[in-house]
Design a binder for this molecule. Structure first.
Ligand SMILES: [Ca+2]
Ligand SMILES: [Ca+2]
Length: 189
């Protein structure tokens, strides 16, 4: 195989890689423990961050165990508060994951959740923060404070790699065709 042919194979392979990763998921990180993909949303309300998650094919993160919690801190850092999937929107005090999964692990800060009583709309949404990623129930509009727009962490359980996008197939067809033509030209020389 000549250098020219090798470069065509290389470009086709690059198209395959780029074609399966859409712009919205360009910065996803895979957790080797479960194969799930994660990324950080832009700062938003909990509801807005969850909408970003759903648009990407996931939900705000479901933290199933201490290992997943520790991995999240190691990847996303502990400084900024992050929305996670836990909420008690439907019934006050009955927390649920946005993904619908059962609660198998919690990491509440002591005294939380407290549905802090001086907030008219209550505290229906959970953030993790601090060096151990401890959880608090909170909300977007806190009295005497700027709106609490924070990034959320998204978890996608079904990675999209298994379905090549049309652009990938076009790339392969175009470069595959060029490769065959190149081979035929070399043979005819
Ligand atoms: Ca999880
Ligand atoms: Ca609280």
């Amino acid at each position: 195989m000549s250098v020219h042919q090798l470069s065509i194979v290389g470009i086709a392979a690059m198209g395959l890689t780029l074609g399966t990763v859409s712009a919205a998921k360009a910065f996803t990180i895979t957790n080797p423990a479960n194969g799930h993909q994660y990324f950080q949303t832009t700062p938003d309300t909990w509801t807005g961050a969850q909408a970003q998650a759903v648009a990407a094919g996931g939900n705000l993160v479901t933290i199933n165990n201490a290992e997943e919690q520790a991995w999240l801190i190691s990847i996303f850092g502990s400084k900024s508060p992050f929305w996670i999937g836990l909420n008690d929107i439907e019934v006050e005090g009955q927390f649920k994951w946005a993904s619908g999964q059962p609660i198998t692990y919690t990491n509440w800060l002591p005294s939380e959740p407290n549905n802090f009583p001086h907030i008219p709309e209550g505290e229906d949404f959970v953030q993790m923060f601090g060096d151990t990623g401890t959880w608090v129930d909170t909300t977007t509009y806190l009295i005497n404070l700027p709106p609490n727009f924070s990034p959320g962490i998204v978890e996608i359980e079904t990675p999209p790699e298994s379905v090549p996008e049309p652009s990938t197939l076009i790339t392969l067809l175009v470069f595959g065709g060029l490769g065959v033509r190149s081979l035929l030209l070399r043979k005819s020389q």
